[in-house]
Design a protein around this ligand. Structure first.
Ligand SMILES: NC(=O)c1ccc[n+]([C@@H]2O[C@H](COP(=O)([O-])OP(=O)(O)OC[C@H]3O[C@@H](n4cnc5c(N)ncnc54)[C@H](O)[C@@H]3O)[C@@H](O)[C@H]2O)c1
Ligand SMILES: N[C@@H](CCO)C(=O)O
Ligand code: NA
Length: 440
């Protein structure tokens, strides 16, 4: 039974957006009111829910008297504003208006934070209020606070993980049930995982936004979505999924942020792309819309964070955690940590990052082919880690074998020029795919 709440005036909470996440936020604010009041030290009073059109809003969860289409007026009368609308505008303007009015902000909007977070953080510091965003990266998983606070005394060297639930769900369904990409995306949308426009998920923009936010926190610098080298999953085929399984890998969309050097300059490289992950690696077993993030730091070593990365209820859990934190600061005084930029590490082009690759070729099935291909690789300073050749059984043209080459780590430009040269060999019928290998 919650302890009696000390006599502190109610804190007025406004929720902007009542969709997949907003509906769950309102439900938890309502059903957990007594517990939340005890944890905060003051009652939380839901004073309004902004929606596009009050008439068409149909969520039974929300008391219709709370619905309003006037979000601007709503933020003026709130102590805590929860933004779960999505998009850049009007979310950005509404949050700046809320902050200017002295409200604390909780947002799940990674697109906004990755594009213009520093504007919000500066306004919040100026106003002496919080901007919290645990839900913006990896859904329910507490990853923002551990990286921003718990690891603030350590030196993070690498962050690597699965931070988009929709694409992990899609790749998992393609591999486990043979679904095609479009079918699996439709399922993810129906389950409430996908963005309003799922292109953001499948083209890697959502993961890139999260990678930018995590990199900024981990390396105490500023990384925006424009700084992230991004490739989505739409170019992947069922053949890619099949050959990943045949060669002991699982296909994942990974976000990677790491310290690196380019032309003698130390900085941060941030990239999002599909990758082959060995079946023995923990990331290979992350199923459905789950996320998992590995953080490597010099003193702490390797840490793994795992949990539900998408979905209304798990995301609302992270939102409510932030609501309790910022509300406590308002009751007890003070605010959470500000944006930290002491490192000011430059963002380096991710093309300079050295990664391993799996190159799949269709080649003439005759002696000397491997020698010719190996010579091209060597001339581009790309060394071979493993080779596998199998006759092409799935096509009627049995004169062509499939050559699968795994390289040692090499820079992207070396691989690009190597693939170009290999394509020119008359023993090579075609380059079937070139995929990075991570997580060895
Ligand atoms: N769905 C998830 O699993 C998840 C997880 C983490 C973060 N997020 C983020 O949370 C936010 C919301 O996601 P969602 O899945 O709930 O989206 P959604 O599309 O289901 O809900 C958005 C809601 O905001 C409303 N809205 C949009 N523009 C508005 C405006 N101008 N005025 C008033 N209402 C407006 C929409 O009508 C809708 O009800 C997004 O930023 C998303 O990236 C979503
Ligand atoms: N569309 C996002 C929601 C969670 O941020 C995803 O699939 O991960
Ligand atoms: Na999170």
């Amino acid at each position: 039974m919650p302890s009696p709440v000390p006599a502190h005036p109610s804190l007025r909470v406004a929720v902007l957006g009542c969709g997949v996440v907003g509906t769950e936020v309102v439900r938890l604010l309502t059903t957990q009111a007594a517990d939340l009041a005890s944890r905060v030290g003051a009652p939380l009073e839901l004073v309004g829910v902004a929606v596009r059109d009050v008439e068409t809003e149909r969520d039974a969860v929300v008391d219709r008297a709370l619905l309003t289409a006037d979000a601007e007026a709503l933020v003026e009368r709130a102590d805590v504003v929860v933004e779960v609308m999505g998009g850049i505008e009007p979310a950005r303007s509404l949050l700046l208006r809320a902050i200017a009015g002295g409200a604390s902000v909780v947002t799940a909007n990674k697109a906004l934070l990755a594009q213009d977070g520093p504007t919000l953080y500066a306004a919040a510091d100026e106003a002496g209020v919080d901007v919290y965003f645990e839900a913006a990266v990896a859904g329910a998983i507490p990853i923002v606070r551990p990286v921003r606070e718990s690891l603030a005394g350590d030196r993070v060297t690498r962050v690597l993980g699965i931070v988009n639930g929709t694409t992990n769900y899609v790749l998992d369904k393609m591999a486990s049930e043979g679904l095609d990409l479009d079918q699996a995306v439709k399922e993810a949308q129906a389950l409430g995982y996908a963005e309003a426009d799922p292109t953001a998920d499948v083209e890697g923009y959502d993961a890139a936004a999260k990678a930018a936010i995590l990199a900024s926190l981990a390396f105490h610098t500023r990384v925006s979505i424009e700084d992230v080298s991004r490739e989505g999953i739409t170019s992947l085929t069922a053949d890619d999924v099949l050959w990943a399984q045949r060669t002991g890998y699982v296909l994942k969309l990974l976000a990677i942020a790491e310290r690196g050097t380019a032309d003698g300059v130390e900085g941060v490289q941030v990239r999002v792309h599909p990758a082959l992950v060995p079946v023995s690696h923990p990331l290979a077993n992350v199923r459905g819309a789950y996320n998992a993030v590995f953080v490597e730091a010099e003193a702490a070593g390797e840490l793994m964070f795992y949990g539900r990365g998408a979905g209304g209820e798990p995301t609302a859990s992270a939102v409510l955690g932030d609501v309790v934190s910022v509300a406590r600061h308002r009751v007890l005084g003070g605010k959470g940590p500000i944006e930290s930029r002491y490192a000011e590490l430059p963002v380096l082009p991710a093309a300079a990052a050295r990664t391993r690759y799996q190159v799949r070729l269709e080649v003439a099935d005759r002696p000397g082919v491997l020698a010719q291909v190996s010579t091209v690789l060597a001339s581009h300073d790309v060394s071979i880690e493993a080779v596998r050749q199998t006759p092409v059984t799935e096509t009627p043209d049995a004169d062509y074998a499939r050559l699968v080459i795994t390289t040692h780590a090499a820079p992207e430009h070396a691989l690009r020029s190597t693939v170009e040269a290999i394509t020119g060999l008359d023993v090579v019928r075609r380059v079937v795919s070139v995929l990075r290998v991570e997580g060895a």
